[in-house]
Write a protein that binds this ligand. Structure first.
Ligand SMILES: [Zn+2]
Length: 216
């Protein structure tokens, strides 16, 4: 899923949207404690990212960190997220991506623990927003191997599940990346119910083709 160049936002605006996104993810139960990390691209070689180890519900704009695409510290008083490399890899590979969200949504992460992806032929909303969501092999959180695993899946997807870990979504802006994370968890909940009461009925190829897949 590729799209147009992301809209450029100021570091201040990025900070406000990241703080709001972190609270929303926490309130929705998609992260707990210091889980998860969020970033927004604010220039060709600059992004704003959440700090390492802080409870996301308590995050303030002053806690955020500015880093270059090479990972060099460019502003802020805290250390960047331990998953910074994962974010950098996505921005380097996808010029059209303006924001990345990593969370541990409980139902979708349950799918990831079971090694089961979210199919791309069942729920219209999930198909048009995300496409199929694959499970990528487990890698120790915070290591370069997480980024190595995700790079092959960056095109044709709006997000991935990380085996035994969580989920990552991206988009042209933070609103889209956040909606994709919420949508992934919602799709996982619906699929769980469908499988517990009966079998999952996929859409036909023609029905899937009728659903547009926006870029990003
Ligand atoms: Zn994580």
């Amino acid at each position: 899923m590729t799209g147009p160049e992301p809209a450029r936002v100021s570091a201040g605006e990025a900070g406000r949207t990241i703080v709001a996104c972190a609270r929303r993810l926490w309130q929705a139960g998609l992260i707990a404690g210091a889980d998860g990390n969020i970033s927004v691209r604010v220039g060709d070689d600059l992004l704003v990212v959440t700090p390492r180890g802080m409870p996301k519900a308590d995050l303030e704009a002053a806690d955020l960190v500015l880093v270059s695409l090479a990972g060099d510290h460019r502003g802020g008083f805290r250390l960047p997220s331990s998953e910074l490399d994962l974010h950098l890899r996505i921005y380097r590979e996808r010029q059209d991506v303006g924001a990345v969200v990593h969370a541990h949504p409980p139902t979708a992460t349950g799918f990831a623990v079971a090694g089961v992806g979210i199919p791309g032929d069942v729920l219209p909303e999930s198909i048009s927003l995300l496409g199929p969501v694959p499970v990528i092999p487990y890698a120790t959180p915070g290591t370069l191997a997480v980024g190595d695993g995700i790079v092959p899946y960056l095109r044709g997807h709006g997000g991935v599940l990380l085996a035994n870990h969580g989920a990552v979504t991206w988009g042209a802006d933070l609103q889209l990346a956040q909606i994709r994370m919420e949508s992934m968890e919602h799709a996982a909940r619906i699929l769980l119910v469908a499988r517990s009461v009966g079998h999952v009925t996929p859409l036909t190829e023609a029905q899937v083709a009728e659903l547009t897949r926006p870029g990003g």
